[in-house]
Ligand binder design. Structure first.
Ligand SMILES: C[S@@+](CC[C@H](N)C(=O)[O-])C[C@H]1O[C@@H](n2cnc3c(N)ncnc32)[C@H](O)[C@@H]1O
Length: 401
């Protein structure tokens, strides 16, 4: 059922009135993606003026270093022309703009082969492009896409896996426990039942298999790079994490109640990277690397980045802001702890397809971009030290995406 007028909460209430209690995944899909009224209908949500920010906003180095990674993959695939890259969930498009722009400075042949496409669930073309995709994509890239996939919530009650649904009581949206709606939920949790305490709750993302099948259909031979916060399943369902990983972001503060500010706050959950591997494997995509963002950016040369900027004449007044932002990208307590999963299909070499050695240090004649005043960028240094607009929230909240 689709309601186009009114708020997203009206639409969710109407759904419950018609069908009874709904799964949290159904609630989350409406709250985030309901056409015209869902949270992601407004592309400014992920920004300094919005509710939270992501790695591309911290510094253009993120896009630059991923361009080096893409260039390496292009070479490994035999320099295809066109080289089709599809970014899924691009949001404001900042990452893609940084990649396309730096590819020109890096290698004109690569730049002319690079065909960089983006597809966001919030865009009108989503359904059309998705159903019409051919099999020619060489690389699928995403940053903080999977954490935005709708999840079901479970709770352990009397030693049994039960599901938390969303319902209405006394005119308020409330949670309601019931039997699990999909046996896959119990199957994922049962191996951990004997170690999880009574009342333990967490999330299960059931949409990964469909997604992996869809993207696998788009690739004949190539890679998938998925960057997100999350854990292996063993770590995700550790007994200590007894309240799950669901988080809501609203104006750079973190909240835990998803049933308020519906359509106004982001809702996300940590990614089960074991489930990602399983879904990818079933779709014919083999795991090739799983490392943290800090490690990958170091492999690609982030430690030489500031020196290069300074050699190229970065003004003294900009040094600290650049240094601070570059560190934030690799901070093991912040963005640096994000996982980077690389999967491959029909690719010969099963080694980590990262550049060996620090390419940034050895660049000749390539000017690297410094922190700029693109309004989609966030000045972390100014926020932390009062040199500019203030951003509220703890360090971990700010960097926790
Ligand atoms: C947390 S935002 C990240 C935006 C951007 N990648 C960044 O790093 O700033 C998640 C984005 O993924 C999009 N999205 C969610 N599910 C999607 C799907 N199945 N396919 C494409 N985009 C999706 C959302 O609309 C949203 O723009």
């Amino acid at each position: 059922m689709k309601i186009t007028s009114g708020s997203v909460e009206d639409s969710i209430r109407a759904l419950i009135a018609q069908h009874g209690k709904i799964s949290f995944a159904t609630f989350m899909a409406s709250a985030l993606y309901e056409s015209g009224v869902g949270y992601y209908s407004d592309p400014k949500r992920v920004s300094e003026s919005g509710d939270f920010f992501t790695s591309p906003a911290a510094h253009p180095a993120f896009g630059v270093l991923l361009t080096l990674q893409l260039h390496q993959m292009w070479v490994m695939l035999g320099n295809p022309d066109p080289f089709n890259v599809m970014e899924l969930g691009p949001g404001s498009g900042l990452l893609g703009d940084d990649i396309v722009s730096f590819s020109r400075a890096l290698d004109p042949n690569f730049a002319s082969a690079l065909d960089y496409q983006r597809l966001d669930r919030a865009s009108l073309e989503f359904g059309v492009v998705q159903s019409g995709s051919g099999e020619t994509t060489h690389c699928i890239l995403s940053n903080e896409l999977l954490d935005a996939f709708p999840v079901n919530i479970f709770q352990i009650e009397n030693g049994v896996v039960r599901e938390k649904f969303v319902s209405v009581a006394e005119d308020r949206l409330v949670f309601q426990l019931g039997e699990v709606s999909d046996p896959e939920m119990s199957a994922r949790i049962e191996p951990y039942l004997n170690q999880l305490p009574e009342g333990y709750e967490s999330e299960v993302c059931l949409g990964l298999s469909n997604w992996a099948e869809q993207i696998s259909r788009m690739i004949t031979s190539g890679y998938v790079i998925s960057i997100d916060y999350g854990y292996t399943r063993d770590a995700l369902y550790s007994p200590q994490r007894s309240r799950g990983t669901l988080l809501c972001h609203y104006r750079h503060t973190v909240a835990t109640d998803p049933l308020i500010r519906i359509g106004e706050q982001d809702i996300s959950a940590h990614v089960d990277f074991t489930a990602v591997d399983e879904a990818m494997a079933a779709a014919g995509l083999e795991p090739m690397a799983n490392l943290d963002q800090g490690e990958l950016l170091q492999l690609l040369g982030i430690e030489s980045y500031l020196d290069r900027l300074m050699e190229d004449g970065l003004p003294q007044r900009d040094i600290q802001a650049n240094q601070y932002a570059l560190r934030a990208l690799t901070d093991p307590d912040g963005l640096g702890r994000f996982r980077v999963a690389v999967h491959g299909k029909n690719v010969l070499d099963h080694e980590i397809p990262a550049i060996s050695g620090d390419k940034v240090a050895s660049f000749d004649g390539v000017v690297l971009p410094a922190l700029d005043d693109d309004p989609r960028r966030v000045n972390l240094f100014a926020g932390a030290y009062g040199g500019g607009e203030e951003i509220s929230g703890t360090w971990e909240e700010l960097l926790g995406g």
